[in-house]
Design a protein around this ligand. Structure first.
Ligand code: PMP
Length: 355
C-alpha cells in the first residue's frame, strides 16, 4: 500500500479515480469518452454547471460571487488579477509570506505599483506577519493563505476595508472561512480540487470593470462570467475531475466535516514531531500549516536514512521542496487519517532504532 504525501499534483479520493477512469471509456452511458465529447453538448455543459454550483454551495457564496474554472494554473492568475484590477498608476498591497507570494508580486509589478506591506522573508518565511497597515487607496490586498513550500498558514484572515484577494492554491476547501469576505480567490486545482490544468477562480463581480487598460478578451474575467466559464474550450477532463472531487466533499459533509478531519491529521503529526527528539519543525506554532507539514532532522545524517526508510515502507512524496530542504508531508483533503497514523508509527520506529 502506498501512502501519498505529494505536494501537488497530489492524492485524490479513490472513488474519484475510479469514476474518472470510467468516464474516459464511457461517459454517463453515452458510449463515448468524455475526451471526445463537444464541450457545448448538454452532457458536458451539465458538468460545468454542476461543478460551478457545487463550489458555490460548498463555499456558501452569495450571488455577487461568481465561480469560474479557468485554464492554466495559479501562476496565470498572478498576472490576470492585476491585469483586471489595477491600472498602471494605481497601487496594490501584497503580503510576502513565501515563494509563491513573491512570484505573485513579481508579476503584478508589470501592471501597476506594488506595495509590499509585510514580509517574513528575512526569517526564512517562518511566520505570518500580523502587524501591518494597508493604505486606504490600495486597490486590493493580496495574501497567500497557505505557504506550500515553507509550511505556514494564515489561521485567521486579515480584516481590511480594501478588496481582499487570495491565492488559496494549497488550502482551498480545507476549512470553513467566510469566502464572501474576499473580492477574488484563485487556486490551482491540483491539490484539494481535482486535476492539474485548471484553476478555480471566485470573483465578486462588483470589483470588476474599474480599470481603464484594454484587457485581451481571454484574460478579461467579465467575459468568462458572461459565458458561464465556457468562453472557449475548457479543459473538459480536468473540470470533470473537479466535479467528482466536489461531489465527494459534499457527501463527506462539506467544509466543516473536512476541517475537523484536517485538524485531527495536523494535530497528530505535529504532536509526534514535537515529542520526538530526532525531528524538528521551524514555523512558529501559531502559524503552522495544516496542509503542508515541514520538518527537518536535528542530525542531518539522519535525513537520507529516514527518506529511504519511508520509501521502503510505502511512504512517498515527503521530500521537502528543493528551496527549503528537509521534509514536507502534505495532508490535503483526500489524504486519510490512517496515512498520517502510519507515518507517525514509522517516525517512532525510526527513532527507536536511531535515537
Ligand atoms: N500558489 C501556491 C500557493 C502554490 O502552492 C502553487 C503551486 N504549488 C502555485 C501558486 C502555482 O501553481 P501552478 O503550478 O498551478 O501555476
Amino acid at each position: 500500500m502506498i501512502h501519498n504525501f505529494n505536494a501537488g499534483p497530489s492524492i485524490l479520493p479513490n472513488e474519484v479515480f475510479r469514476e474518472a477512469a470510467d468516464a474516459i471509456l464511457n461517459f454517463n452511458n453515452t458510449g463515448l469518452s468524455i475526451l471526445e465529447l463537444g464541450h457545448r453538448t448538454p452532457v458536458f455543459t451539465a458538468v460545468m454547471d454542476e461543478a460551478r454550483s457545487l463550489a458555490k454551495e460548498l463555499m456558501n457564496l452569495d450571488d455577487d460571487h461568481k465561480v469560474l474554472f479557468l485554464h492554466g494554473g495559479a501562476s496565470t492568475q498572478f498576472m490576470q488579477v492585476p491585469m483586471n484590477l489595477l491600472d498602471l498608476k494605481d497601487t496594490a498591497s501584497y503580503a510576502d509570506t513565501g515563494v509563491w507570494s513573491s512570484k505573485a508580486i513579481k508579476e503584478a509589478k508589470l501592471f501597476g505599483k506594488i506595495d509590499v506591506v509585510c514580509s517574513s522573508k528575512e526569517r526564512n518565511y517562518r511566520f505570518i506577519p500580523k502587524d501591518f497597515a494597508v493604505p486606504n487607496d490600495a486597490k486590493y490586498l493580496h495574501i497567500t493563505t497557505n505557504n506550500t513550500i515553507y509550511g505556514s498558514q494564515w489561521q485567521s484572515i486579515p480584516t481590511t476595508s480594501n478588496v481582499l484577494v487570495a491565492d488559496m492554491s494549497s488550502d482551498i476547501l480545507s476549512r470553513n472561512i467566510d469566502f464572501n469576505s474576499f473580492g477574488l480567490i484563485y487556486a490551482g486545482a491540483q491539490k484539494n480540487i481535482g486535476a492539474a490544468g485548471v484553476s478555480l477562480v471566485v470573483i465578486n463581480e462588483q470589483i470588476l470593470g474599474k480599470t481603464k487598460r484594454p484587457i485581451p478578451t481571454i484574460m478579461d474575467y467579465r467575459n468568462h462570467i458572461a459565458e458561464g466559464s465556457m468562453l472557449n474550450t475548457p479543459p473538459v477532463f480536468a473540470v470533470y475531475v473537479c466535479l467528482l472531487t466536489l461531489r465527494w466533499l459534499k457527501k463527506l459533509g462539506g467544509l466543516s466535516a473536512i476541517e475537523k478531519i484536517n485538524n485531527e491529521k495536523a494535530a497528530l503529526l505535529y504532536n509526534a514531531l514535537d515529542s520526538n527528539d530526532l525531528f524538528q519543525t521551524h514555523v512558529v506554532k501559531e502559524d503552522r500549516s495544516k496542509m503542508n507539514v515541514c520538518f527537518t532532522m536535528k542530525n542531518s545524517d539522519h535525513e537520507q536514512l529516514f527518506q529511504d526508510f519511508a520509501k521502503e515502507n510505502g511512504v512517498i512524496g515527503i521530500k521537502g521542496h528543493r528551496l527549503s530542504g528537509g521534509f514536507r508531508a502534505s495532508l490535503y483533503n483526500a489524504l486519510p487519517l490512517s496515512s498520517v497514523e502510519y507515518l507517525v508509527e514509522l517516525m517512532q520506529s525510526f527513532s527507536q532504532k536511531h535515537g
